[in-house]
Unconditional design. Structure first.
Length: 298
């Protein structure tokens, strides 16, 4: 623990050996964005990690130790939740929680989730907890779609069975009924080609929340005339507001018997097997059904 550090960011006492949850980004707290409370937009968040040979060392996740820079939001974990269930909160759960918070979603809204891997399953649960009226999950794997239903989805569309984008758009609009389309569509598939399709599922005045296309050159050709005259709002979400971390903790404990979210981590690899972890990750699987979400344990 650093000099003078005795509590977390909610004033709870801290000691060595406590489990903590922390933001994976550290705003500088000394820029235009930070003084406006826009911590997720701080340019310092995008500096990336340094080599292990550079001070202060240990600022990457694949190591026995991890250095938290001053200003990192840290929260003590009091909940009776396993380490494997806590790990995806930081990146998966709170990211999609932020996406839905920014989407302008209201109680009773129709929500479409494009892709129900780890991110999509958390998004489905949070949409249900926030009072969504209808939740539609879209994916290519029936096993994931079944999990999505357990997490609160009302309808599931398998892209292998409904293969044409036009047919999927029509089916979404049918499910949404009088709304004329979805109030909110959340993209967490990570494939640029689904964006145009998803935008067509959004009703006039609805929101399209982009989360999944994190890779460089995720190029999309969009007719912005349809965005302008369709009155559709495009909302990017990369980081999350720090207050969502303790909210996620409390929600995961409260709903652990209602949703299978504490069981989403299907594989745990020791640090020395990190190369095997990457080899067996879902994006390297032909059918993607073997690994839902895996973690590396130092």
């Amino acid at each position: 623990m650093g000099s003078g550090v005795s509590t977390d960011y909610l004033g709870k006492s801290l000691k060595e050996g406590d489990r903590v949850l922390f933001s994976y980004f550290t705003p500088c707290h000394r820029c235009y964005h930070c003084i406006r409370g826009e911590y997720t937009d701080c340019p310092g968040n995008f500096n990336g990690n340094k080599s292990v040979s550079e001070s202060p060392y240990c600022n990457g996740g694949f190591a026995d130790y991890y250095y938290l820079k001053p200003g990192t939001f840290v929260f003590r974990v009091d909940q009776d939740i396993s380490d494997s269930a806590l790990t995806p909160i930081n990146c998966a759960m709170t990211t999609v929680m932020a996406a839905l918070e920014r989407s302008r979603m209201r109680t009773g809204d129709a929500v479409v989730i494009q892709g129900v891997g780890g991110l999509g399953l958390y998004a489905t649960m949070y949409a249900r907890e926030k009072g969504a009226g209808i939740i539609i999950a879209i994916d290519g794997q029936n096993s994931r779609l079944e999990l999505a239903k357990q997490c609160g989805a009302d309808y599931a569309i398998n892209i292998g069975e409904v293969s044409e984008p036009e047919d999927r758009i029509e089916q979404v609009k049918k499910f949404c009924g009088y709304r004329g389309g979805a109030d909110v569509v959340v993209e967490v598939a990570g494939f640029p080609q689904v964006v145009v399709e998803g935008l067509e599922m959004v009703r006039p005045g609805g929101s399209y929340v982009e989360v999944g296309n994190i890779s460089k050159l995720s190029m999309v050709n969009v007719d912005f005339n349809r965005i302008l005259h369709g009155i559709k709002y495009i909302i990017p979400t990369s980081f999350y507001e720090p207050w969502l971390l303790p909210v996620a903790l409390e929600m995961l404990e409260r709903t652990k018997d209602r949703y299978p979210l504490t069981k989403l981590v299907s594989h745990v690899f020791p640090l020395e097997d990190i190369n095997r972890a990457f080899t067996e990750s879902e994006w390297n699987q032909k059918d993607g059904t073997n690994v839902i979400r895996s973690i590396v344990q130092p």
